[in-house]
Design a protein around this ligand. Sequence first.
Ligand code: AMP
Length: 213
Amino acid sequence: MRLVMVGPPGGGKGTQANLLKNHFNILHLSTGEILRTELNANSKIGEKARIYMDKGHLVPDEILLDMMARRLKQKDCESGYLLDGFPRTIPQAQEFDKILINLSHQLDAVIELELRKEKVVERLSNRMACLDCGEITNLLFHNSAKKETCRNCGGKLYQRKDDKPQVILQRLKIYDQQTSPLLDYYREKGILRIVNGEGDIKKITSRILEALK
Ligand code: AMP
C-alpha cells in the first residue's frame, strides 16, 4: 500500500496518517516531521530549511527532493508507506513520479482531507508540539489541565513558530496557490479520494477507509 495525504496545514493529515499507519502496518513519512528533526539537530539541512519553515514558506526543492529520493530508497519503504506533506507542488509530484518509476513502486491512492478555512485556522492556533518527542497535542481536542505538558512523554509543549497567526495565513495562501493544483493532477490519474476532514477523528478515519475500499 502506497498512499499520499493532501490537505491544508492543520487539516489533520498527521493525526490520520498515524492512525492509518497502524491500520495498514505501513511506514508514515511526514516531510514536516523529518525537517523538524533536522532543525532540532541543527544539521546542515535543518539550518537551510529553518529560514523557510519559520516564515511558512516551502523549503526549496533542491533540499527537499534529494532528501525524499534518498529516504524512499531505504529498505523500510519497500513494503509500503503513507506520505504526509509530500508532494506539495506539481513539480514535486512530477519528480515523485520519476522516483516511483525508478523504484518500481506504484502509488495506490491520494487522499484529500477537505476542510473549511475557518476550521483550519481554529485548529492551527490551538496546536502545540512537544519539544522532546514531537507529538502534536491540539488543545481543542485534548483540553487537559496540563496544557504545558506532552500527554505522550511528559515533555514541554511549545507553539511552533509556523503556527502563529500571520504565518498560518501565509501557509494557507501557499496551499491554495501551490498545493491545491495537485488535486487535479491526481484526479486525472484516477487515484484521488476526497474525504470530509471535519468532525470526530475516528469518523474521519472511517471515511478514509471507506474511500480506499
Ligand atoms: P507540515 O508539518 O507538513 O505542515 O510542514 C511544515 C513545514 O515544513 C512547511 O510549512 C514547509 O516549510 C516544510 N515542508 C514540509 N513538507 C514540504 C514539502 N513537501 N515541500 C516544501 N516544504 C515542505
